[in-house]
Design a protein around this ligand. Sequence first.
Ligand code: ADP
Ligand code: MG
Length: 693
Amino acid sequence: MTDLHQPVTALAGVGSHTANRLANLGIYIIQDLLFHLPSRYEDKTQVYRIGALQGGMTALIRGKVEFTDVLLKGRRSLICRISDGTGFLDLKFFHFSASQQNTLRPGVFISCFAEVRHGYAGLEMVHPEYALIASMESPVAEACLTPVYPLTEGLNQSVLRKVIKQALILCSTRPELLPDWIPSAILQNYHYPDLITAIQTLHNPDDSVSVEALQQGDVPALKRLAFEELLAHHLVLRVARDKSNAWQAPVFAGDPALIKQFLQSLPFILTGAQQRVIADISQDFHKGNPMMRLVQGYVGSGKTIVAAYAALLALAAGYQVAVMAPTELLAEQHFKNFSAWFSLFDINVVFLTGQLKGTARQQVLQQLQDNTANVIVGTHALFQYSVNFARLGLVIIDEQHRFGVHQRLALREKGQQGTMRPHQLVMTATPIPRTLAMLQYSDLDISIIDELPPGRTPIVTVVISAQRRDEVIERINNWVDHQRQVYWVCTLIDESDALQAEAAEITAQRLALLLPKVRVGLLHGRMKTSDKNAVMEAFKSHQLDLLVATTVIEVGVDVPNASLMVIENPERLGLSQLHQLRGRVGRGTNDSYCVLMYHAPLSDTARLRLGILRDSHDGFVIAEKDLQLRGPGEVMGVRQTGAIQFKVADLRRDADLLDTIQHVGAQLFKQAPHAIQPLCDRWLGVSTDYSEV
Ligand code: ADP
Ligand code: MG
């Protein structure tokens, strides 16, 4: 007997040809058909009188053909005028056959369905769906709304409808094939239909739902499926978290003398927030299970030193530490900082990126293997190559939003020794609204550094039009006269490195011409690492006054004397990204400014968004507002590898569901633990056991 996990070819009339087409839609097994939901619906449930039609309506009508003619004027077309006693309407065909012309002869009755438009001669329908009928009284209306499915080349609606119908019949005659894993008490609580009812409703909506509600996704049936899908994504991470709680990890008790020496060597005192987060981490290190902690901190709040402190605890216990950064620039900066901070102690810090080759690479790998390298700093190359650690105790991932969820989960296996796993510390300056964090970070404990080091003056942000470019350039002159430094950030919609680099190069040349007294440097992603480093060094040591850069400086760059930033075309970037960029200034005690120089005209939304940035410095507030204005895809970053793909849910439409998901997830662990794995499998496929990747 058929079950829903059989390939679609088990259905009548589905051969390998159709199966291949279905595969293009991500449909492999019969169950996939049930979850292939209509993208819209056609309403053929009532027949309209022609006299009642208005332009823009999509309607089903009946009529008698008055005449049919081929027009040769303009584009050759077949015109067929029909009337129903209340008015007339022209059917228009640009592609037609002789037999069609013959069928649509005067006196026959037809029904038509299409959008109604105003044409030269009155109302018209272009290329309508039509069928011959016996009389004006023939029943033509459908009992329910007609689903319209997303298609792929070589597959039409009627084939897809027939195939889906078979799957629907199968699951309504044998409901046990599609278990509803959500307990009915929970369903009732949220007024959700059961699974099969929900699926039937969406494929064959009855009169209980209006076409408008369906189109807006505002029906319990759809909400229920979106809810289940979001819940499944949340559960996967929760399961990963429970698994890691069951693993063991080394205990790092810390060495008070060492810590004291380290803290005394710093040119500042840790802020209260930094100390609080360090306390969280130290506690995690005592438990004997792997720490899985996310540190979210304001830009410039001093996350790096917190990471170094954590590293020191691992090092004191004789373990190795890996520090991963998303860009070479940032990795290089961390390498320098960690080397300097740990130079007091007998700690060997090494550096590894994809650019390191040959014997130099071999040497690094060897040192890791024989435990003579204690800290390794690098890009994702750290984990891409056959890097073997002798005793990895802690993995630190900086600016994690640049890496994907999946990458993060996969990394957990690195450095595994028997049942022992390394601790993981994940850091980000991109605040994720609390609701979204449930989908992205529910496998992690979260600490927040919500305090900036003392003495920082808030950044004044101004929004001005590029027409005032000259004034801005004059201001740079002034700034440089006062021995201060400036960033100029070039943005492009096209994210290709080559184009970005070119735009920055041209801008740097122009600014150098306009500002003869100013020492101008250039930084972009296409430069060689050694050149990038040389430019960064020169800027840091104030041999350059103005650094023209692409968004490569978004993360990590730290030059306290640079206190003015000009961002060109800020309207092209997400608010969180702009907030990150802006965080490059305001790191010293100088007054700091960020000039958002837009290109007029600015859309209303863009104006609103830049206004939010001007008025707020709280990354969380900014992220929440951006979420409302642009939707979660943008907030989480479209460039992010880990952006989650959904089958049914649409975070913009379904954001209201996120609030209940954590709650229901917790309920499920108590009331129906057996349901969790099947739910994850249903929505994320059977290979969702990331913790074992
Ligand atoms: P982020 O959180 O953005 O990664 P960083 O770790 O780069 O911030 O720190 C930003 C700057 O603040 C660095 O120059 C760092 O040395 C400095 N800093 C960190 N903690 C403190 C502190 N408690 N007091 C003063 N300056 C600090
Ligand atoms: Mg940082």
